[in-house]
Design a binder for this molecule. Structure first.
Ligand code: PLP
Length: 385
């Protein structure tokens, strides 16, 4: 039996980029507190400063506008909880956006997405009009790429519409960063958030970029770190690793549309062996590393377990937390719920395959063959919570 493991869940988290581990381990010897004035402190501070520049370069910003914190979730909370009168989100945003948007005390409007997963621009215009135009402090949250489907939003178009209406834009760039080139100035956004562990760094580090002149309030105060924005001694080694990962990938990035030939060939092969299979968001621009496929009559959970036993790590398209699969608000927002009209829910049968720098063509070819066997042998539709 083949005991190899093949990891195809890069959108959940990625392995460390080659070279990043060494930077992390070296940085561990630099044990000083970055706030200290002595040599050890200055050495640690220099590592954080270097990483800030590397991360800023990845997204086309200035180092002085980048702040580190404990995760992208924290960074998103920091921006969303900054005292807006109104927060507008896409229905397909990550929970790290939707939950603070609902709980921050601002008026909250949700903008729908099309069956392809793209922002409904007329809905956005209506939400901006309801928000009251430029009289109110309005934040619009729009993700660059969706974690479940890989669908890419037209960020620059959204940002232009928001600017016209006097609203500011927060871009959740967690999934796009490190997969395609993303530039905060070209995108025209006011805030952007990225996460180290999605691009080859460590877990537990995020970064927020704010357009010069915009200020945020700390969620965690005391200590004055990160210019007072995020209290608590910095995780210097993980921040250094974040910077290294950012620098390594900056030179390797595809532009929109790049890398799609592998995805196209993969999806063609996948659909050939999946009777009735639907690639979610297939007509929309997408990340070149992500395929979300729904298989009528099959429960995603069963497929994930079958594939795991066969050596392949993938996710259910539906949100998975604490090892339990629950309904996907993203697929529901795209109308994949009761698509089949027979009581079966397509969204409950969606699997996300996401690959990255360690994936070979052979891995994808072997996946197709194991997938074909798994889909054929799995049976039974099971409703998820
Ligand atoms: N936003 C998106 C689109 C994500 O995919 C994730 C992680 O899954 C997050 C935000 C949260 O990132 P972190 O794990 O750094 O909190």
């Amino acid at each position: 039996m083949d005991s190899r493991r093949t990891y195809l869940d890069y959108n959940a988290t990625s392995p460390l980029r080659p070279g990043v581990r060494d930077v992390f381990v070296d940085a561990l010897s630099c044990f000083g507190n970055p706030s200290s004035v002595h040599t050890e402190g200055r050495q640690a501070r220099a590592l954080v400063a270097k990483a800030r520049k590397q991360v800023a370069d990845l997204i086309g910003g200035q180092a002085s506008d980048v702040s580190f914190c404990g995760s992208a979730t924290e960074a998103l909370n920091m921006v969303i909880r900054a005292g807006w009168d109104c927060v507008i989100t896409l229905a397909s945003e990550h929970a790290a956006v939707l939950e603070p948007a609902k709980g921050c005390g601002a008026d909250h409007y949700t903008v729908g997405v099309t069956p392809d997963g793209l922002v409904d621009l007329s809905d956005l215009a209506a939400a901006l009009a309801r928000a009251g135009g430029s009289g109110l402090r309005t934040l619009v949250c729009v993700q660059a790429a969706n974690n479940e489907t890989g669908v890419l939003q037209p960020i620059d178009e959204v940002a232009a519409i928001c600017r016209e209406a006097g609203a500011l834009v927060l871009c959740d760039a967690v999934q796009v960063a490190g997969k395609l080139s993303f530039d905060v100035t070209d995108a025209g956004v006011d805030f952007a958030v990225i996460s180290a562990h999605k691009l080859g760094g460590m877990k537990g580090v995020g970064a927020v970029w704010a357009r010069p002149g915009l200020t945020l309030a700390p969620l965690v105060s005391g200590g004055g770190q990160e210019k007072g924005l995020r209290g608590g001694t910095e995780n210097v080694a993980a921040i250094a690793a974040f910077g290294a990962a950012a620098e390594i990938i900056a030179g390797l990035l595809e532009t929109k549309g790049g890398g799609c030939h592998v995805q196209e060939a993969f999806e063609t092969s996948l659909l050939e062996v999946t009777p009735g299979g639907v690639v979610v968001g297939q007509r929309a621009p997408r990340l070149p590393n992500t395929t979300c496929i729904a298989v009528p009559g099959r429960a995603a959970e069963t497929l994930v377990i079958g594939l795991d036993l066969a050596g392949f790590a993938v996710s259910a398209g539906a949100a998975c937390s604490s090892g339990k699969v629950s309904r996907s608000h993203v697929l529901d927002a795209m109308g994949l719920g009761k698509e089949l009209g027979s009581g079966e829910e397509l969204s409950a049968s969606a699997i996300r395959i996401s690959w990255g720098w360690e994936t070979t063509q052979d891995d994808l070819d072997r996946f197709i063959s194991v997938w074909s066997q798994t889909v054929t042998s799995s049976k039974g539709y099971r409703q998820v919570a």
